[in-house]
Design a protein. Sequence first.
Length: 170
Amino acid sequence: MPQVKYFAGIAAAQKAAAAGPGPLDPFDFNVLAEKSRWARIKSAITGALLGPIYAFSRAFMPILPLAGLLHVTRDAQVRDILLRPDDFRTPFGPEMAELAGGATFLLGLDGAEHDRLHALLRQVIRRDDGALIAGLSTRFASALLENSAGRIDVVGDLLKRVPAEICLRY
């Protein structure tokens, strides 16, 4: 049966975190690299197959159960889902609340509050400034990674500090 993301995992991690943090080993970015030639081949095959799988799905099976999730592949169904927040929760709600220490933000909201905040952002951020914001993001994230000495606090540095630095400059 398809599952909706991994909310049970987030709840379990929150419960474990309430018990207090444990020591962290230094993070090795090499763990993100494919380990073997076969793993790299499988990854390439998967990437090459996703396009045709989604094309088939759009034509014949617009709601595709795949890898434990339901993939919605047609524009009309996606729009229908987005217009029914009472039936389909925002998929980032628990993550946004966790990252913000219980508060929430645009990606974690539905309905009128989401629309209100989105309208505010559209008033503040000019459409033409996308490249500037992307450049700032790349610059700050790259500097953070280059100076991390192998350890990085993803939430504190990458997800909080980088946006704050962008906002200060913007």
